[in-house]
Design a binder for this molecule. Structure first.
Ligand SMILES: [Zn+2]
Length: 112
């Protein structure tokens, strides 16, 4: 199970991110690419807007998904929109980020 964050190349209306939850991330992304799986992705794909997977929480839960959505955390958690953000936690050491607690764990960089 995983929670994942997609970043749209161009905002669609007011949305530039999609947060989802899946048991099979690869299969889910395939479906999104085909324009299936989520209504927002469907219209975004139809509008010709490119998107990419920018983050994933491999052990994420639906609670995390909801917390991110509800709190509007997406841009802050997005490495494209917020390259200086708290997501930069020791990547590369072992390919995993520390403190994978997720959305609520970051209080730093809270500007704007
Ligand atoms: Zn973004």
């Amino acid at each position: 199970m995983a929670v994942y964050l997609l970043h749209f190349e161009t905002p669609y209306r007011h949305a530039q991110h999609y947060v989802g939850f899946t048991e099979d991330l690869e299969a889910r992304l395939e479906r999104h690419r085909a324009g299936n799986g989520a209504r927002l992705l469907e219209v975004v794909t139809q509008a010709g807007i490119a998107w990419e997977l920018v983050r994933a929480w491999p052990r994420g839960s639906r609670e995390l998904e909801r917390a991110i959505k509800r709190a509007g955390h997406s841009p802050r958690l997005c490495p494209v929109c917020n390259p200086e953000g708290c997501w930069r936690m020791r990547r590369g050491e072992d390919g995993r980020s520390r403190g994978a607690a997720g959305a609520g764990g970051c209080g730093a960089g809270d500007r704007g």
